[in-house]
Design a binder for this molecule. Structure first.
Ligand code: 4AD
Ligand code: MG
Length: 468
């Protein structure tokens, strides 16, 4: 029996494997002089060079095309080439599936420059490209680190439902779920006869359920897909995206901001430590893909760690923008309006030159659950704004007082009916509590330097697109 290893393991302990007989499986990235095969197995962006046996039959050699999946047994040897320090001298080769070269020529696996758009059109094959496998590995490490981070801080992971009757964010559009189909004698208006005997939707956020879990468990977080039916065809919006939502009892807005900043910095440190090869690869190739001058990815990540994020309240932020607006050639803002992304990017990139946390927004532009400040005009909201991406985190201290909550719900004209259980939590041991939502996909966009959010999720769902 020969043991199977992955390229990442081999390269990590090169000396240990010298002259050892091993088995390896993967996909051919290139073949030169009918003898050197560059093999990738997905474990790392780096390839292993295989030296084929000299006496291989021509008919077999012909089958070893780009993309072909193979199994090789051989001896690890010191490489004479400059590109790599070890290589595998093959003594046995098995072809799992050879790829016809005419297929390769039509696909994104053809080794030449492809646009990211073209890669998206072949999303089922993207995992076999260097760029996308780098992004997916980084996505894995980021998600894994999030679980590690909250577990270490004694949070409990709560699975909140995907099917819901309420709209947490008040005004965001939701996908309706029904089992009534076109052939039925029922119409969508007969929802009282539908599966749940209620109008149900795909949830936009797990927050409301997480809040009721925090009042009892203390510190919880959800981490799952959420859905928004807005027709936003931008590079920052998905119809199905992943959100991390911690919710903490006895936390005020300041504690909440501290946690959010620490959480993001922790993730970036973890990725810098565990994904350097992937980051180097992306950095080297970013210009090519994004077609624009871009600063160095790794520096940009380190830069975020350097200083505390700049915290500024909404009213102050408005003042700065209105003082500087002529310089930046954007419209001034009236108190009560939301920022446009140009305003946010001015504050982040030009004025403060560091990620910013804007807090205490006017109540009229924020959802019903946020705690109203003593001024009666603003709520204890906070958004974290990053360079290039914009809002990465949105959160708040929650309104824990029963009467105030009822009042806010009335003002925002949201139906109380489906929220009865949420409102009732304010009658049973309600405490000050806070939480936030971190958009995983936007964070990965920042970490990987991708301009389009569709390039950081395996199978993007956007308006007009649910292929694959
Ligand atoms: O600001 P949002 O809408 O906040 C909430 O949903 C709260 N209930 C979260 C909470 O307090 N528990 O969304 C949170 C984050 C945004 O900051 C953004 O990063 C991301 O989710 N996000 C999106 N990401 C991709 N596509 C979209 N359509 C997004 N909408 C929001
Ligand atoms: Mg928001």
């Amino acid at each position: 029996m020969v043991n199977k290893y992955y390229i990442k393991e081999l390269l990590k302990n090169e000396k240990l494997f010298l002259n050892k007989k091993i088995l390896i499986e993967g996909w051919v990235r290139s073949i030169r002089y009918s003898i050197f095969v560059s093999l990738n197995d997905g474990s790392t962006v780096k390839n292993l060079q295989i030296i084929l046996q000299k006496n291989l039959d021509k008919s077999i050699l012909k089958k070893i095309t780009i993309g072909t999946s193979i199994k090789v047994v051989g001896f690890i040897e010191k490489s004479l080439g400059r590109e790599q320090s070890i290589e595998l001298k093959s003594i046995y080769l098995y072809i799992h599936k050879s790829v016809d070269t005419t297929y390769i020529q039509k696909s994104i696996l053809q080794p030449k420059k492809h646009t990211l758009e073209k890669l998206r059109k072949q999303a089922h094959l993207r995992f076999q490209t260097n760029i996308f496998s780098c992004i997916m590995r980084i996505r894995h490490y980021t998600s894994f680190c999030i679980h590690k981070y909250f577990n270490k801080k004694n949070f409990f992971y709560i699975h909140t439902p995907i099917i819901t009757t309420s709209n947490c964010e008040g005004n965001s559009k939701m996908f309706h779920i029904t089992t009534i189909d076109n052939n039925s004698t029922l119409s969508y208006k007969d929802y009282y006869k539908d599966f749940f005997k209620k109008k149900t939707y795909l949830s936009v956020s797990g927050q409301l359920e997480a809040e009721s879990a925090a009042i009892g468990l203390g510190k919880v977080y959800t981490f799952g897909p959420v859905f928004r039916a807005e027709n936003s065809n931008t590079s920052k919006h998905l119809a199905e995206f992943w959100m991390v939502e911690p919710e903490i009892a006895f936390y005020d807005l300041n504690d909440n901001i501290n946690l959010a900043e620490d959480c993001i910095k922790n993730i970036i440190k973890y990725v810098l430590y565990n994904c350097l090869d992937d980051l180097y690869f992306l950095e080297k190739n970013l210009k090519k893909w994004n077609n624009k001058k871009q600063d160095f990815l790794i520096n940009r990540l380190k830069f975020v760690l350097k200083k505390p994020f700049q915290r500024i309240n909404y009213t102050e932020a408005i003042k700065i923008i209105n003082k500087e607006y002529k310089k930046i050639k954007y419209n001034p803002i009236v108190w009560g309006m939301d920022f446009q992304s140009e305003h946010e990017q001015f504050l982040v990139n030009k004025y403060f030159n560091i990620p910013i946390v804007i807090y205490n927004y006017p109540s009229c532009i924020k959802p019903f659950y946020m705690k109203i400040n003593e001024d009666g005009l603003t709520v204890k909201a906070m958004d974290i704004i990053f360079p290039y991406i914009g809002e990465i985190i949105g959160g708040s201290q929650r309104e824990e007082r029963y009467e105030f909550l009822i009042n806010r719900i009335k003002k925002t004209k949201i139906s109380k009916k489906n929220l009865w259980w949420y409102i009732e939590t304010r009658l049973f041991g309600s405490v000050p509590h806070s939480g936030f939502g971190l958009g995983l996909d936007r964070l990965i966009q920042f970490i990987t330097g991708m301009k389009n959010i569709r390039d950081v999720i395996p199978f993007p769902r956007t308006p007009n697109n649910a292929e694959f």
